[in-house]
Design a binder for this molecule. Structure first.
Ligand code: FES
Length: 350
């Protein structure tokens, strides 16, 4: 803003400048006022106004023609007609022509209206002062007295039974909406707390689909397993494997720091849930020197030699361990289900 546009009362006085004061306004928040009004070319040149009028009329005429084109396309193009249009490729002639003509019709109306408003409609600047939001005391008193009169006429103060039941009815109506939430789907009930693992279920190698023997699990390797009987053609396969997927690792028994982990292992073979306890991604990266596994989603890291506790990342708790043993035929088997829900820690709180 130039000094010419600053109201005079906000400019420093001669006395201020004489003492070296810079141009500091008395009131930095004072209304700077409106810049001087400049007439548009259409306001002073009749030929320019005529040109604008013709442009607006042309846009509205184009809109009318486009609408006629829309109707003609609807009649002319059979539904099955396909045309090649670069860069869209092969498209339905009917859909394309309907879309283009309707779009053009609406665009021309909008463009014509905007051009009309910007060039020909009244350009007078109007100031509308803000009024206080609060009603004046007379209006407030009137509202309060009307309210009191209405309450008196309705007898809500005296008719306690009506008042109580009315408040009860109003309070209960929103419950209908809460009940409708039930339509979001069946409740999970206990399904998230249990997996297909159970006593005697053999551990099946997910790559070979064969039951695992202890000698199949080499030190330093990471093997994924599923419960016996869970086949991929089962329609519940995805739901069940999302809870039951296992990571099998063989450690040197002396490397296992956690006593319960050692008790639940077999000859150093430990089985942990593959489902990350943060938000449930499948864990897939194993660092054999440190016995750390890493979730690729948000880098939660678990120490498989120490009860799969979290040593880094956002996961809230350790990976659940499955207690395993060996059956009479020498195959690895579960000795029960997980003792806690697998996956995100939300379910632990239920
Ligand atoms: S899901 Fe594993 S770290 Fe987020």
């Amino acid at each position: 803003m130039s000094s010419q546009e600053i109201p005079e009362k906000n400019l420093p006085s001669e006395q201020d400048t004489a003492h070296g004061a810079v141009a500091v306004a008395e009131d930095p928040f004072a209304d700077p006022g409106l810049p001087p009004h400049k007439p548009r070319v259409q306001d002073i040149d009749e030929r320019a106004a005529k040109r604008s009028e013709r442009t607006v009329a042309l846009l509205f005429t184009l809109s009318m023609l486009s609408t006629i084109g829309f109707i003609a396309s609807f009649v002319a193009f059979p539904v099955e007609k396909i045309v090649y249009v670069w860069p869209l490729g092969h498209v339905s002639a009917l859909n394309l022509s309907l879309g283009v003509t309707l779009g053009l019709a609406l665009f021309c109306i909008g463009a014509g209206a905007v051009h009309w408003a910007r060039t020909l409609m009244s350009d007078v600047e109007v100031a509308d002062d803000r009024h206080p939001i609060e009603a004046d005391p007379v209006v407030k008193a009137k509202v309060m007295s009307d309210f009191a009169a209405g309450a008196e006429e309705s007898a809500i103060g005296r008719r306690k039974l009506i008042r109580t039941t009315m408040f009860g009815a109003l309070a209960m109506v929103p419950l209908s909406g809460v009940v409708l939430l039930r339509d979001l789907g069946p409740l999970p009930e206990e399904k998230l707390r249990h997996t297909l693992w159970g006593k005697g279920k053999q551990l099946i190698n997910m790559n070979t689909n064969e039951p695992l023997r202890p000698e199949d699990v080499a030190v330093g390797s990471l093997t994924f397993a599923k419960p016996e009987g869970l086949e991929e053609d089962n329609h519940e396969f995805n739901n069940e494997i999302a809870k039951a997927a296992l990571m099998i690792v063989r450690l040197q028994p002396q490397d296992i720091k956690d006593k319960r982990e050692l008790d639940w292992s077999h000859q150093g073979i430990v089985a942990f849930s593959k489902i990350c306890t943060h938000v449930g991604c499948p864990i897939s990266l194993y660092e054999q020197q440190t016995h750390h596994v890493l979730c690729p989603c948000h880098q939660s890291t678990f120490d498989l030699s120490d009860g799969a506790r979290v040593i880094f990342g956002p996961a809230g708790h350790a990976l659940p361990q499955l207690r395993i043993g060996v059956n009479d035929e020498g195959f690895l088997e579960a000795l029960g289900d997980f003792e806690e829900p697998v996956g995100p820690s939300f379910w632990e709180r239920g």
